[in-house]
Design a protein around this ligand. Structure first.
Ligand SMILES: Nc1ncnc2c1ncn2[C@@H]1O[C@H](COP(=O)(O)OP(=O)(O)OP(=O)(O)O)[C@@H](O)[C@H]1O
Length: 386
């Protein structure tokens, strides 16, 4: 690495077992550098809320690195230091992006270096409205679950699980790593809600108002992980916000809490086994959500239905008979009997058939737009997610 950058004394082996990085404060050691004197900037790799990441080649060693550049106008030294320290501390895990022992400041920004992921991030690998293959999704899920399990074992909560924060190193997804520890906090830390909600935000945070105190919990990552899994397998978000005003969220929670046997249409492609897992991951009550290890128990099961299976047929039949009950109630309660008194048997039948057809048409049109709206809820672009 560049000889002018800071060098820390502790090796990675020391860091593995230490819950809090013992490395001396980067603020005491940060060198003031001109980035272009030391790195040839090849291209921009991406942008986030707080800064950008560029691909640079170290002029001294020829090594290619991803430089995370955080403008001082967006990020305080303390925040930069925390992100760098956490990234470095978590680096030894094979599914967490490697952060090098390289951090410095320029006139306008704080900078640190990480390994470069040549295939980019997971967002671009999810085809809108289609998602990824079950096999590829499982490869990714297995590795990110391992990274999260490691973080949770250190009592750290990532707090920003989403496809843009998963880096891909090969097209077979055999090497996938979690990154971006800018929002990571210790489990149990009390913070104030500052940002709005995105589709990955758990309900307990969605419902908090701005500036309200919230307690950081590993269960927040579990929720976001569940939403990520849905996105990977469908190319859609399950909802825009995990909030009671969101019709898709409401439908899911009715099913999740067993208040309805009707599985919302966008979940019907999944096997009962995967739905059992979703029920445990996406529990509206954070304290009831499963732990990340639970997810690994489901990795050898089938997740996507080849065709409708019996469990869902049962649910469909149940919901079908609900509609028939409703229909006969309507027929009984709204005039059919009086009509019957006056008309002949033939007219009765025609009237009955007409009402049934009308009811089916109404039912069809009340369900059909749902699919249309749902298919429009596509995984449009990154901006929607930040
Ligand atoms: N090591 C890397 N190799 C390749 N691409 C990367 C690397 N690090 C980041 N990127 C790209 O840059 C994008 C932004 O990076 P990052 O998430 O670290 O920025 P951020 O400002 O923290 O974003 P956020 O809005 O999530 O807080 C990523 O989504 C990814 O596409």
């Amino acid at each position: 690495m560049d000889a002018t950058v800071i060098t820390q004394q502790e090796d990675l082996a020391n860091l593995r077992n230490v819950p809090k990085s013992p490395r001396c404060s980067t603020s005491e050691n940060l060198l003031n550098l001109n980035i272009k004197e030391h790195y040839e900037i090849i291209k921009e790799l991406g942008r986030g809320t707080y800064g950008k990441v560029v691909l640079g080649r170290c002029k001294e060693t020829g090594t290619q690195v991803a430089l995370k550049v955080l403008p001082k106008t967006n990020v305080k030294l303390r925040e930069f230091q925390r992100e760098f320290d956490l990234s470095y501390f978590l680096s030894p895990h094979s599914n967490i992006v490697d952060t090098y022992n390289v951090a410095f400041e320029t006139k306008s920004s704080f900078v640190f270096a990480q390994e470069f992921a040549p295939v980019g991030d997971l967002f671009d690998k999810i085809t809108p409205q289609q998602g990824m293959s079950e096999k590829d999704a499982k490869c990714v899920i297995r590795q990110i679950a391992s990274a999260l399990d490691f973080m949770h074992s250190k009592k750290l909560v990532h707090r920003d699980i989403k496809p843009e924060n998963v880096l891909i190193f090969d097209h077979e997804f055999s090497k996938v790593k979690l990154m971006d520890f800018g929002m990571t906090r210790k489990d149990g830390t009390v913070i104030r809600k500052v940002n709005g909600s995105i589709p990955y935000t758990p309900p307990e945070i969605c419902e908090a108002v701005r500036n309200e105190s919230i307690t950081v919990s590993t269960s927040c990552d579990i929720w976001a992980f569940g939403v990520l899994l849905f996105c990977m397998l469908t190319g859609n978000f399950p909802w825009e916000n995990a909030d009671i005003s969101d019709v898709y969220y409401n439908e899911f929670t009715l099913w999740q809490r067993r208040k309805s046997t009707k599985l919302p249409s966008q979940w019907k492609k999944f096997t009962p086994r995967l739905m059992r897992l979703f029920r445990k991951i996406l529990d509206p009550k954070g304290e009831r959500r499963c732990e990340i290890k639970e997810i690994c128990k489901y990795l050898n099961d089938s997740w996507i239905q080849p065709c409708k299976n019996s469990d869902n047929e049962e649910e469909d039949m149940a919901s079908g008979s609900d509609h028939m009950d409703e229909l006969s109630n309507i027929l009984q309660n709204h005039g059919i009997e009086t009509h019957m008194d006056k008309a002949c048997a033939r007219t009765q039948n025609i009237g009955m058939v007409t009402v049934i057809i009308a009811y089916i048409i109404i039912l069809h049109y009340s369900l059909f737009p749902f699919h249309l709206i749902n298919s429009h809820k596509l995984y449009t672009n990154r901006k929607m997610l930040t």
